[in-house]
Design a protein around this ligand. Structure first.
Ligand code: KIV
Length: 273
């Protein structure tokens, strides 16, 4: 099921995502953080756009996602929804906005939805955030859960290595995944876990499972935009496929412009009034 927007574009809804799982159609998800890139990403035909708290790394230059605030996520969220006509937009709830007190979690989620016009929020964690998940869902706000490598817990893990390789952690992840489905989340992101475990979770769950570094058998994939466009050359994890050399193109264009300005080749008479 889709909703017609004013431009007669069929908007992707949570019902569309559910139907795609039922019909075996893969879900393409990608991050975006600003208006211009969001319009380009939406035009490319992805099903879901994630306003990730990875904005902390790729937009702000922080080493972790922890510093992001609700206000900052709302700012990036609004920029993205202003540019999107079709894709379902999900906004990451930032560190500290949902982990402790479910009432705070609900208030944060309501602000994010009200002030951005997004379609859903994403939260990292399992049983430990169940009360927050329940309360947010009770307000009619769709949730994407996030298990495996959860970057907001980097200080607990101590590294960005593959998660759930040991049986005990894999069993806990499986149980958390079922819990998130039982609570009513409509989708689940699995980050950096063994492909076999992601395959098992995807087969056992009725909700859409989207992987990043979780192998080929999930219902969909998500990548960080700047990484897959080749704008982040120092970041080369095994799971990343780079589809363009946008970083090199930008640097080349800026160098050519700078040379033209310095030699007075720009602007030409045709480019002058
Ligand atoms: O913040 C983010 O970009 C994410 C993806 C890596 C799933 O959570």
């Amino acid at each position: 099921m889709s909703t017609n927007t004013t431009d007669n574009v069929k908007k992707v809804t949570t019902a569309t995502i559910r139907k795609m799982k039922a019909e075996g159609e893969k879900v393409a998800m990608i991050t975006a953080y600003d208006y211009t890139m969001a319009t380009l990403v939406d035009a490319g035909g992805v099903d879901m756009i994630l306003v990730g708290d990875s904005a902390s790394n790729v937009m702000v230059g922080n080493a972790t996602t922890l510093p992001m605030t609700v206000d900052q996520m709302i700012y990036h969220g609004r920029c993205v929804t202003n540019g999107v006509k079709r894709a379902l937009v999900v906004i990451d709830m930032p560190f500290g906005s949902y982990q402790g007190n479910p009432q705070v979690a609900l208030a944060s989620a309501i602000r994010i939805m009200k002030e951005t016009g997004a379609d859903a929020v994403k939260l990292e964690g399992g049983a430990e955030i169940a009360e927050s998940v329940k309360l947010i869902l009770s307000a009619g706000i769709p949730i994407v859960a996030h298990l495996g490598l959860t970057p907001q817990s980097i200080n607990k893990f101590g590294s960005y290595a593959v998660r759930a390789k040991e049986e005990a952690e894999a069993e806990r992840l499986l149980s958390d995944a079922h819990l998130m489905e039982d609570l009513g989340c409509f989708a689940l992101v699995l980050e950096k876990i063994p492909a076999a475990l992601a395959k098992r979770v995807t087969a056992e769950l009725g909700i859409t499972v989207i992987g990043i570094g979780a192998g080929p058998d999930t219902d969909g994939q998500v990548l960080v935009l700047q990484d897959m466009l080749g704008m982040n050359p120092g970041f080369k994890p095994k799971f990343l496929r780079v589809y363009a050399s946008v970083g090199d193109d930008i640097t080349r264009a800026i160098a050519a412009y700078t040379a033209d300005v310095k030699s007075a080749a720009f602007p030409s008479p045709e480019e002058s009034y």
